[in-house]
Design a protein around this ligand. Structure first.
Ligand code: ARG
Length: 467
């Protein structure tokens, strides 16, 4: 019959509708390797407490190893009868060990097991996600390195603002990704606490050692409070926030690539392998990766909101509502693992149209601030300099000409301060070269930023295990 973990006090089996609602094995099966690792640690601690003798421990560990290989090979699979991953794996253990298999459940509950498994899963996958973030950052840094002094228009309100270097713009995205990496590692420090030993909620009367178990599973410590151990899902909510914010950063990259590949911008051409066509319009080359990065950020944002809403009304300690924590977590990990490599490939293979960027950089009077700053250097208060330059822009707009093409008479008409040698600041290269302060867009500070970002990324390679 079915290996339900709780049949004793029930006269009959569960109703079909209950079983269908309750079952989670179709999605929590991916916790199996982590549940098996936690089971090994638990078996050892039972042996240390004298609850398994050496021979039993040996058999138990061998059966867990065998079960693990059978799971990996797909020879052992959960059935519809298995309520969850813990039930399925206990069945596998009983099939291998008979009654000895029933000893492993002593001193633990699915409540501390599932909390432990999910932390193990997430700590593992956080490193994988971080590795993919580093790869995307590498792709952006690589492009930035080719465009440290490539002039490009910079925007505010999506209106032409001031010239920037394209490398500086790309590195702005890298700075956001570096903060995402920081957040992941910071999250990991708080998540590195083991709930195993909390039992259902009150700990155990058996002489088990949660700290030994914690260290064996790679945690820094065991939880300080068994009720908190089974009730807390902060580590889920926090991870989902980090995933959502990362998703928002990917979305903003996506949105820009969508714009940059439009004919009106024409700043970037995508490699054929990272663009898609249309089923009806033969001329189309679409930036679907960028759009999916933008679109999928929606579900990541939804997962944080969903889990917080699920948690907000829960009385301590464990409530079954908590089972709803897993699908959002798995989907968040899956989504990032899909989007990040696609974006990295798209960015590293795209062709930047330096000619189009250079042409667009001064358009829309983006050098007007240079004129105002030039007047300030000659003692004109900025307030007045702004007025004067505004007049100049008005004249140019009426004449439909760029700033540098106005006549000496037009300059003088704006202000006696505006002598013809103002033209010396009317170059994009000059405006960029004049920006030498740290963090600004001039080629000098951008090459310093480029080197600093490379160092920081190298610092991440060890933590992410280069996986
Ligand atoms: N499958 C459950 C979950 O994911 C763990 C089992 C705890 N169930 C219980 N009835 N106490 O949260």
């Amino acid at each position: 019959g079915p290996t339900r973990l709780w049949g004793g006090r029930f006269a009959g089996g569960p109703a079909e509708a209950l079983a269908r609602l309750s079952v989670s094995v179709q999605f929590d099966w991916r916790l199996a390797p982590y549940d098996l690792a936690a089971s090994r640690a638990h078996a050892r601690v039972l042996a240390r407490a004298g609850l398994l003798d050496a021979e039993e421990l040996g058999q138990m560990l061998a059966a867990l190893d065998d079960l693990e290989s059978a799971c990996a090979a797909g020879e052992f699979r959960p059935t519809v009868e298995d309520e969850d991953v813990h039930t399925a794996l206990e069945r596998g253990l009983l099939e291998r060990l008979g009654t000895l298999g029933g000893k492993l459940r002593a001193g633990r509950s699915r409540n501390d097991q599932v909390a432990t498994d999910l932390r193990l899963y997430l700590r593992d996958h956080a490193r994988g996600v971080a590795a993919r973030i580093v790869e995307l950052a590498d792709a952006l840094v690589d492009q930035a390195g080719r465009h440290i002094d490539t002039p490009a228009p910079g925007f505010t309100h999506m209106q032409p603002a001031q010239p920037v270097t394209f490398g500086h713009h790309l590195l702005a995205h890298v700075q956001a990704l570096l903060r995402d990496l920081d957040r992941l590692r910071d999250w990991d420090r708080r998540a590195a606490v083991s709930p195993l030993g909390s039992g259902a909620l009150a700990g155990s009367s058996l002489p088990l050692d949660p700290v030994v178990v914690a260290h064996e599973l790679g945690f820094d410590a065991a939880v300080a409070n068994s009720i908190d151990g089974v009730a807390d899902r902060d580590f889920v909510a926090e991870f989902l926030f980090v995933a959502a914010l990362t998703g928002v950063h990917l979305s903003r990259i996506g949105e820009e690539v969508v714009l940059w590949t439009t004919p009106s911008f024409g700043w970037v051409e995508l490699d054929d392998a990272f663009a898609t066509g249309s089923s009806i319009m033969p001329q189309k080359k679409n930036p679907d990766i960028a759009e999916l990065a933008r679109g999928k950020s929606g579900r990541l944002i939804g997962h944080v909101a969903g889990v917080l809403a699920m948690l907000k009304g829960l009385a301590l300690a464990y409530d079954r509502d908590l089972q709803e924590d897993k699908e959002p977590v798995f989907d968040a990990v899956d989504t990032l693992e899909l989007v990040l490599p696609a974006l990295a490939g798209m960015i590293s293979t795209m062709t930047v149209r330096v000619d189009r960027l250079a042409e667009a950089a001064p358009r829309g009077y983006t050098l007007a601030t240079e004129v105002a700053d030039w007047l300030v250097q000659r003692g004109v208060p900025f307030r007045e300099a702004h007025e004067i330059t505004g007049k100049l822009v008005m004249i140019c707009a009426a004449r439909e000409c760029p700033l540098e093409d106005v006549s000496d008479e037009d300059l003088a008409a704006c202000s006696p301060h505006l002598t013809p040698d103002v033209r010396e600041v009317l170059s994009v290269r000059g405006a960029l070269a004049a920006r030498t302060t740290p963090g600004s867009t001039g080629p000098g500070p951008v090459s310093e930023q480029f080197a600093a970002v490379q160092d920081r990324l190298d610092g991440w390679r060890e933590w992410v295990g280069e996986s």
